[in-house]
Design a protein around this ligand. Structure first.
Ligand code: C2E
Ligand code: MG
Ligand code: MG
Ligand code: MG
Length: 287
């Protein structure tokens, strides 16, 4: 493999040679060990409403390999998915995120957390029950957990997926449909999935201010979501102009570097403390 450095000087694992099987196997073994050793971390990225209210934080997994440096999540999640390690990774992420929510709640910071789950997880027998058991074990109410899924959950066994998700929503866990616009984005899927939130993929948001077609796609998605009673979150919001366009289009909340990048737990705690009361505002009075 080759390593290069990102702009913060951290080594980034070069993915190009990943089709190389021994390399993938090596990485898989290392990931398994890293999970056991609790070397995989979660960073948290806020979702904020246009009135400044912090709607929640999304947990994003981070792994810094001892030799290879930071491995992008897309990279090792694909490996976990194709190897059977995914349920273990998801349990790890759920436990870590729920422990953090419990900690925040104990400090008076009552903010929900969103966890990404893969289609594999939704098709794992007993998944809904295992989530409920984890909530109970961490003493976290179901309403403080949101699960981000993609339309891919419907590819394999749509009925079973729908049943599992219905079990989770019956329990009080909220569902969010992630990366909307990149998959099939079918109306049938929207009707079939018990989601309360829809996240517009970053690829449409990024060029919203300069590309009229992307702007139209976002407008239609917001209107469609609202007509179905769903909240709309735009991901990947990086500048003021995009924020303003989204607000004018009636989007409900945003997530992106304009607000904050994904932060390690301590930094996220400080961020919540500082912004929690008055919320997040684009131009805040000097502290
Ligand atoms: P996602 O759930 O759509 O997460 C959003 C991705 O966009 C994250 O990348 C985040 O760091 C990045 N992002 C956020 N704001 C901005 C922005 O303003 N500009 C740009 N350019 N990017 C932004 P990340 O962390 O690399 O995660 C990639 C994907 O990996 C996630 O996409 C999600 O599908 C998956 N993933 C991450 N953590 C987990 C996990 O714990 N479990 C599962 N199953 N999947 C995960
Ligand atoms: Mg997500
Ligand atoms: Mg997303
Ligand atoms: Mg995405």
């Amino acid at each position: 493999y080759q390593a290069k450095r990102d702009r913060t000087g951290v080594e980034v694992y070069e993915s190009k040679r990943d089709s190389n099987t021994p390399d993938r196997l090596g990485l898989l073994g290392d990931l398994r060990r890293a999970l056991d050793a609790h070397e995989v971390e979660l960073h948290y990225q806020p979702k904020v409403r246009f009135d400044g209210h912090v709607a929640g934080l999304e947990a994003l997994v981070r792994w810094v390999h001892p030799d290879r440096g930071r491995v992008p999540p897309d990279e090792f999640i694909a490996i976990a998915e194709s190897s059977g390690l995914m349920p273990h990774l998801t349990e790890y992420v759920l436990d870590t995120a729920l422990a953090q929510v419990a900690k925040w709640r104990a400090q008076g910071l009552k903010v929900p957390v969103a966890v990404n789950v893969s289609p594999r997880d939704v098709h794992t027998p007993g998944f809904a029950g295992s989530v409920a058991a984890r909530l109970a074990r961490h003493g976290v109410p179901a309403g403080a957990l949101q699960l981000e899924i993609t339309e891919h959950v419907l590819l394999e066994d749509p009925q079973r997926a729908a049943d599992t998700l219905a079990g989770l929503t019956d329990h009080g866990v909220r569902m969010s449909l992630d990366d909307f616009g990149t998959g099939y984005s079918s109306l049938v899927h929207l009707r079939r999935l018990p989601v309360s939130e829809l996240k517009i993929d970053r690829s449409f948001v990024a060029r919203l201010a300069v590309d009229t077609e992307d702007a139209e796609i976002v407008r239609c998605t917001v209107d469609l979501a609202h007509s179905l009673g769903l909240l709309v979150v735009a991901e990947g919001v990086e500048d003021d102009e995009t924020w303003e366009r989204l607000r004018d289009l009636g989007c409900d909340a945003v997530q992106g570097w304009l607000v904050a990048a994904a932060m390690p737990p301590q930094e996220a705690t400080a961020w919540l403390r500082a912004r929690g009361e008055r919320g997040w505002h684009r131009t805040r009075p000097a502290d």
